[in-house]
Design a protein. Structure first.
Length: 258
């Protein structure tokens, strides 16, 4: 889940492709975006620079050329993620995750693919979408505005602006993003956004430990949640892999019920 106010960025280190160690996905501010033959590669954060590079790469692309996509991304901007997800929904490639696909990458890119392959010790993980803010506010019995106000450290709006004026813009902006992500999910054909909000709220507070960033699901449970078909290339069960256990807690569809 990413607020409409700045949050401390996760600092990720890319892994070596050959050794396949347990590493964090890339949040490079200048993403690598390229098309080679039938494969689209996106490595880095989900941000305006990445969207511009992606849009330029696919603008005059012959229909049907790209059938595969390689991604390594720790996520980033929500609105950009929705736009990129819309592009991926048009291309419908078979997606391979190298390193990881987390946050906005998992919310909007992975669900839009035709299929998902997770390489050894890579992971696909979530920590909430924008609707998650609404869910938390409802659990607390307060308005979204009150929740955002409480979330801003020491009552100071980003950039030192007036807090209430900032909220006047932030609340409708967040509501618009919630509507846009719901529209993308409907377009993709997902039953709902359970996978993206499953661990949001008071039921799961305090469950993360060590380096864990969010949650993930077994391959069978991702199918139950309506996500594209998933294959894990490493030995053993995906949810027992070192990458999964290091960065994620395991949830099930049952955990996603209110």
């Amino acid at each position: 889940m990413r607020a409409v106010f700045p949050a401390t960025a996760l600092v990720f280190a890319c892994h070596a492709a050959v050794a396949q160690p347990v590493g964090r996905p890339s949040t490079d501010a200048n993403p690598t975006v390229r098309i080679e033959g039938d494969t689209l590669t996106y490595i880095g954060g989900i941000n305006a620079a990445g969207l511009t590079a992606l849009d330029t790469a696919v603008r005059h692309l012959p229909r049907g050329q790209v059938t595969k996509m390689l991604v390594n991304s720790g996520g980033g901007d929500t609105k950009v993620g929705i736009y990129i997800g819309s592009i991926i929904a048009d291309l419908k490639p078979d997606l391979t995750i190298e390193g990881g696909c987390f946050s906005s990458c998992a919310n909007f890119i992975a669900p839009a693919a035709a299929s998902i392959t997770i390489r050894e010790n890579a992971f696909l993980g979530w920590h909430g979408n924008d609707r998650g803010f609404q869910i938390v506010a409802e659990q607390k019995g307060i308005t979204l505005r009150e929740h955002l106000r409480a979330s801003v450290a020491q009552g100071a709006a980003p950039g030192g602006t007036d807090l209430e004026k900032w909220l006047d813009e932030a609340v409708p902006t967040l509501n618009a993003l919630i509507a846009e992500e719901a529209a993308l999910y409907r377009r993709i054909g997902l039953p709902d956004d359970s996978f993206a909000i499953c661990g949001v709220g008071d039921r799961f507070e305090g469950r993360l430990s060590g380096d864990q960033l969010g949650w993930g699901f077994s391959i069978a449970d991702m199918a139950r949640l309506g996500l594209p078909p998933v294959v894990y290339e490493g030995p053993g069960a995906y949810e027992d892999s070192p990458g999964f256990k290091k960065w994620l807690i395991r949830l099930t569809p049952g955990d996603c019920q209110p």
